[in-house]
Design a protein around this ligand. Structure first.
Ligand code: PPE
Length: 314
């Protein structure tokens, strides 16, 4: 599952290099100190060719993530968006996951990173169902993690930095070790925060609730997409602190992220969510989301960026 199949090319600092050549030295700053920020973006196959979903928002967040850590990215969001389109085209992919990474490279060691070069890489590969086959239709079994999400004044969660994913790994490993597919973390106050790699939504009495940004969540782009689509469909959405026990009495729970897309949660801590199957509001949002992403419904919010397919990929 989720195996990494190499493609031809990776973009590095403005040029395409072979997949095998995208290497860094073991003493690069990032290896010891996790000094990198990254993105995850999906490109969907549409009837008019491949299209990247909300690439401008992702590239803006990448630059913002770097800015929080005083890393200067020598590219604009627009230039990185162009690079992403070219990357998909040169690799001849129809649909894929795109991973840009900004890192502190080889140079002096020691915590201070101001004298290490900032390098930008971007790779893509085909990535299927993030939470396993059947997750989108049947839902997943989740637990509340014994690990909290990052407390304010520790690591900034609005920066999608690699360091934050050590916390995500603890949440995910515990969940898998205990027979669940995903862990839901609480924030430092004990309210619901997010999954190890997804934002969370709860449906109760035909309203959708999601934790606010101050609940130590990543400002997810799929989260924003869900909020917009719910509003289009006339379903009220509230960004509000959610107590843990709401997960046990909710009508529906779902996770949202680029990799996970919109995935229903069918049980939390072995307590069935609602009827224990995908709920109607989750399904409605999934249908709308995939129809737009796959170019089957009008792109009314301007979320898709077309990739011009190369005829002769070398
Ligand atoms: N919270 C976390 C902690 C998170 O990692 C993600 C994305 C989200 C929320 C949703 O953000 P967005 O993709 O903008 O809707 N997680 C990415 C990485 C997953 C991974 O395993 O790597 C992703 O979904 O691409």
């Amino acid at each position: 599952m989720n195996s990494l199949v190499p493609t031809e090319k990776i973009w590095r600092n403005g040029a395409f290099i072979r997949w095998e050549d995208a290497r860094i030295h073991v003493l690069s700053h990032v290896v010891s100190y996790a000094s990198s920020v990254f993105e995850g973006i999906r490109c969907y196959e549409t009837p008019r060719g491949p299209a990247i979903f909300r690439v401008d928002r992702h590239m803006r967040r990448l630059i913002d993530s770097a800015r929080i850590y005083r890393m200067e990215v020598p590219w604009t969001a627009e230039q990185l968006g162009d690079a992403a389109r070219e990357l998909v085209a040169v690799n001849g992919l129809r649909s894929c996951y795109i991973r840009p990474i900004v890192l502190r490279g080889y140079g002096p060691l020691g915590v201070y990173s101001g004298n290490n070069p900032v390098e930008v890489f971007m790779a893509c590969w085909e990535w299927g169902a993030y939470l396993g086959e059947g997750a989108l239709a049947e839902g997943i079994d989740a637990c509340v993690s014994s690990w909290n999400r990052l407390a304010p004044n520790t690591l900034p969660v609005l920066s999608k930095s690699s360091a934050n994913y050590m916390n995500s790994q603890l949440i995910k490993m515990e969940a898998i070790a205990n027979g669940y597919q995903e862990g839901i973390a609480l924030d430092a106050m004990g309210n619901v925060s997010e999954g190890s790699g997804e934002n969370i939504f709860v449906v109760r009495d035909s309203r959708i609730l999601t934790p606010p940004l101050a609940a130590s969540v990543l400002e997810g782009i799929t989260r924003d997409t869900v909020i917009q689509l719910a509003s289009d469909l006339g379903i009220p959405v509230l960004e509000t602190p959610i107590p843990r026990e709401m997960l046990y009495i909710a009508d529906e729970v779902f996770l949202a992220g680029t990799a996970a897309e919109i995935s229903p949660v069918r049980s939390v801590d072995r307590i069935p969510v609602g009827s224990g199957a995908r709920g109607p509001i989750t399904e409605k949002l999934q249908r709308e989301f995939f129809a737009i992403a796959r170019g089957l419904r009008a792109d009314r919010h301007g979320w898709l960026t077309a990739v011009e397919v190369c005829e002769n990929v070398v």
